[in-house]
Write a protein that binds this ligand. Structure first.
Ligand code: PLP
Length: 354
């Protein structure tokens, strides 16, 4: 077993954040001073190390580059109004990471490396956690195959890493959404529930097509009938119909089990909404909109938190909402922020100190 004390730490000679205004940085562009690296070799994890952020040296025959045995996570550290940095629900991401690893025929990463390594890394780079509202330190754990061979087979060797990026808001403006009926993000039996790198590459062409038509993102529908809603871009999606919030359930394996999704379900319940995790068809969406019952649609995810939707385009229907009147989405965002920045009690034990 690897104890935290066993992580070798090499510090940077001089820190970079003085050159950066952390209130101005865009999402994911700048990296902090340090990174964590560990290797899976000969059936075990070794070389666990925190060191200055730097490029990797990879063989061109690196298996991950060819066959996509690669997974990732996305987590945020916030600065409480008291000044203390905290990480939001990282154990959920840790468990999900190993679910993704299992689906992609990759080894599990032990908690001592993932969680203790993350806490130690964030503590070391704590001055990179921004203090502004809607800003956070984005934490990106990832793992990829490192065998140097072109034969198609699972790699024997892997690298696990964590890098950190001080980040501003992801999507700012309310979005226009194209309901996708041709391309598919996730099918029954596929890898939709895993944060597998290839899922995101595969989504880029359909998303670019929607952007050409003037939309910000696509609403993915089921692979068989293109009838049931799945997710919006790389976010989970909620539809507020009367006093009920509906989001697709996880049992098909086509939905990524978002940590924000889970937090939103809890908070909407506390706000008095009935939350239903169930199949939702576009027919139901259109008829609920026409009867005036469908009052808002929003996305949830770590990067963007809550993204308001102002327009949904489906066949000949154009459905619109006034972002200022999306009470559930705006309310849940306020509640989440209140917990994350320490203004409200952390009743669910969501914040982890570093
Ligand atoms: C990461 C991700 C989400 C959101 O998950 P969070 O844990 O809330 O960040 C939703 N959908 C997809 C496809 C994702 O990759």
């Amino acid at each position: 077993m690897i104890a935290t004390a066993d992580i070798k730490v090499t510090r940077v000679e001089s820190s970079k954040p003085r050159e950066l205004n952390l209130s101005q940085v865009p999402f994911g562009k700048y990296m902090s001073d340090h990174m964590l690296e560990a290797d899976f070799e000969g059936g075990e994890w070794r070389n666990v190390e925190i060191k200055p952020y730097q490029p990797l040296l990879l063989a061109p025959s690196n298996a991950a580059l060819h066959y996509g045995q690669a997974i990732f996570e996305g987590i945020k550290a916030y600065r409480l109004h008291t000044g203390e940095p905290v990480i939001f629900r990282p154990y959920n991401n840790y468990h999900r990471f190993n679910i993704s690893a299992n689906r992609m025929q990759m080894p599990s990463v032990p908690e001592e490396i993932f969680m203790e390594g993350m806490k130690q890394l964030v503590a070391l780079d704590a001055k990179w956690v921004p203090a502004d509202e809607d800003h956070a330190l984005y934490i990106r754990p990832f793992m990829f195959a490192t065998d140097e061979v072109l034969g198609v087979r699972p790699s024997d060797n892997f690298k696990f890493m964590i890098i950190l990026s001080p980040s501003g808001p992801y999507f700012t403006a309310p979005m226009r959404i194209w309901v996708e009926e041709q391309y598919t993000r996730a099918a029954h039996g596929g890898v939709g529930y895993a944060k597998a790198a290839g899922n995101y590459g595969a989504a880029m062409y359909p998303t670019a097509q929607a952007k050409k038509k003037g939309y910000d993102q696509v609403l993915w529908t089921d692979a068989t009938h293109h009838k049931f809603v799945q997710e919006i871009g790389v976010m989970n999606v909620f539809f507020v119909i009367g006093d009920t919030a509906v989001t697709p359930g996880l049992e098909e394996g086509t939905i990524l089990a978002g940590v924000t999704r889970d937090s939103v379900i809890t908070l909407l319940g506390e706000m008095g909404y009935t939350v239903e995790e169930r199949p939702l068809s576009m027919d139901e969406v259109v008829s609920a909109y026409k009867s005036g019952q469908l009052t808002e649609v929003f996305g949830s995810g770590t990067a963007a938190t809550i993204s308001l939707i102002k327009e949904l385009h489906f066949k000949d229907e154009v459905m619109t909402w006034d972002p200022a009147r999306c009470d559930a989405a705006n309310g849940v965002k306020r509640k989440l922020d209140a917990v994350r920045y320490g203004y409200a009690a952390d009743n669910h034990g969501w914040l982890v100190r570093v």
